[in-house]
Design a protein around this ligand. Structure first.
Ligand SMILES: *Cc1c(COP(=O)(O)O)cnc(C)c1O
Length: 376
């Protein structure tokens, strides 16, 4: 059994993917070839926004937006404490200070009450200027934008939605990619919509933002004269081969894969809900199930179950074993665990199970049977 079965997916889509790759090879237009623009249009249409800008990966996508907004030294960027490192790392690398926000233990996403508390704390301290909130759609569930966007408005902050895990999710029919002032995603192979290498994208409705991002991703070159660099940018393009691979993958993603992962999630929840804490998706929200993550009673039970499943050939992962506040890179800030009780609880008790659109009923039953045997 695979944790995320990329090979089965490839075999389902083999003809279209192979044809797309071969067409790029024949064209020899390897940099910014036709598939890049075609994919950007398809992605923008699906997300429901005016512009999509492809780039090299989901981390660069975040950094490009922060650079486009001129974020830097002395600015505070608020992000969830329980997530992949990218939203913190990109804030730090451009000179800003990431401020970590505790999570809602039920959704694993940024807690709006704690967000407002952290904003007030930063304002009271008076050392940093609050500028941006980066909510993360952890494990596929969109962040609580209903509560976060009004807080951003109240304090005059921009919202950059990290949809690396949430792409394909939605809130009352509005898709991830269309929330906040800008959104990003990642096409790392294991993400809900993955390519066969690295890739990422940025979504925005703002015309001038689209122009700025396209300049920043090409060394800050001016749109009129490509040998005049008007600002300092990056070299971060979406690879043409990856775009060609993503075109048929996006089609399958929209046509059935989002439904398929939701079918898998419902089966897991139905079978496991009396034995472990199953993930809860908010009313009106649809998750794209980047991970199906259960919670156990305590750290000891979690570690024992992880081992028990591994011994029986069932892959499982701990996402994430520590909060951002506890990362060595931020050690000198001495942020205590007591500031982040829900993150700490999650790090000790979560376990992610095999999840992908091609998981069979037999595989789902095998996972559930073993968990139930263990708990009993
Ligand atoms: C994977 C991921 C990223 C970064 O994406 P890359 O393409 O690997 O750079 C950013 N944020 C979150 C939440 C992620 O899961």
């Amino acid at each position: 059994m695979q944790f995320r079965d990329l090979k089965t997916q490839y075999h389902h889509l083999k003809k279209e993917i192979d044809d797309g790759i071969l067409a790029v090879l024949e064209s020899s237009a390897f940099i910014m070839g036709k598939p890049v623009g075609e994919l950007e249009n398809n992605l923008a249409e699906f997300a429901g926004v005016k512009h999509c800008v492809g780039c090299a990966n989901g981390t660069d996508a975040l950094q490009l937006v922060l650079m486009a907004w001129g974020i830097g030294e002395g600015d505070a960027v608020f992000t969830s404490d329980f997530t992949y490192f990218a939203s913190a790392g990109t804030s730090s690398i451009i000179g800003a200070t990431p401020v970590f926000v505790d999570i809602d233990i039920n959704t694993f996403n940024m807690c709006p009450e704690n967000l407002e508390l952290q904003i007030k704390r930063v304002l009271e301290e008076g050392k940093l200027t609050p500028k941006v909130i980066i909510p993360v759609d952890l494990f596929g569930q969109p962040a609580d934008y209903d509560s976060i966007i009004p807080i951003a408005k109240k304090y005059g902050l921009k919202v950059l939605c990290d949809g690396a895990q949430g792409f394909g999710g939605s809130i009352r029919g509005k898709n991830v990619g269309s929330f906040g002032d800008a959104s990003t995603t990642s096409f790392f192979p294991a993400k809900p919509l993955g390519c066969y290498g690295d890739g990422g994208a940025i979504f925005t409705n703002d015309d001038s933002m689209d122009e700025t991002l396209r300049s920043l991703q090409c060394q800050g070159r001016s749109p009129q004269d490509k040998y005049d660099n008007r600002s300092i940018g990056m070299n971060s393009r979406l690879d043409t081969l990856q775009a060609a691979i993503l075109i048929p993958k996006l089609k399958a993603f929209i046509e059935h894969e989002i439904d398929d992962v939701n079918r898998v999630a419902n089966k897991y929840t139905e079978a496991l809900k009396d034995y472990v804490i199953t993930p809860s998706v908010k009313e009106g929200f649809v998750s794209s199930w980047a991970q199906y993550t259960i919670r156990l009673k305590d750290n000891e039970q979690r570690n024992a179950l992880s081992l028990y499943l591994k011994e029986r050939g069932i892959p499982n992962m701990v996402y994430y074993p520590r909060g951002l506040h506890a990362q060595t890179a931020y050690k000198e800030r001495q942020l205590p665990d007591s500031m982040y009780p829900n993150t700490v609880k999650a790090t000790q008790t979560v376990l992610s199970l095999p999840m992908h659109p091609y998981l069979t009923d037999e595989e789902i039953n095998e996972v559930c049977k073993n968990i139930i045997e263990f708990i009993k």
